[in-house]
Design a protein around this ligand. Sequence first.
Ligand SMILES: Nc1ncnc2c1ncn2[C@@H]1O[C@H](COP(=O)(O)OP(=O)(O)OP(=O)(O)O)[C@@H](O)[C@H]1O
Ligand SMILES: [Mg+2]
Length: 167
Amino acid sequence: MPIFDAETFEFISRNTEQTRRLGARLGAHLQAGDVIALVGDLGSGKTVFAQGLGAGWGVTDPLLSPTFVLIRRHTRPGNRVHLYHIDLYRLETPAAIASLGLEDLLGQDQAICIVEWADRAPELFPPEHLWVTLHPLDEQRRSLVFRASGTRHRALLETFRKEVLGR
Ligand SMILES: Nc1ncnc2c1ncn2[C@@H]1O[C@H](COP(=O)(O)OP(=O)(O)OP(=O)(O)O)[C@@H](O)[C@H]1O
Ligand SMILES: [Mg+2]
């Protein structure tokens, strides 16, 4: 598990469950305004990780694979913040992506946003975000590289990194 620098952290997941648990650990620290970008090929584990994020944050209804629905909104009991699970896979043109109005949602102070296929529209992301790149190493193993941008997301990554590494 090499640590590249203060903004970057790599973790190798051994299986689906570990990726889900890793997501849950990060999800427990999510706050309104946080933006998590998930990037990686089909089947790399973006949705598995997103489901962990949602579970860790405490959604009432589980996150699904949002392939046909572009944006799903989740809540947790006693909380006015919404967690948005967004999938840009089907949006192939800049016009289609613009029609979503994502720039009004990303970083908004009552919203947590998790965006699969974030690399379809990197220009929409505010300076404050956590960019997560997933690479399959073989059938079961995945590399997850976390890169934080902005003060808040650097702090989030630092908290998460300490928890995962136990120091
Ligand atoms: N270490 C691992 N982490 C995550 N998923 C894994 C791992 N090993 C195997 N898998 C499997 O890989 C698949 C990942 O699927 P998932 O839907 O999360 O991918 P995705 O990146 O969201 O794909 P898509 O781009 O189609 O939305 C699942 O079938 C999962 O069980
Ligand atoms: Mg997916």
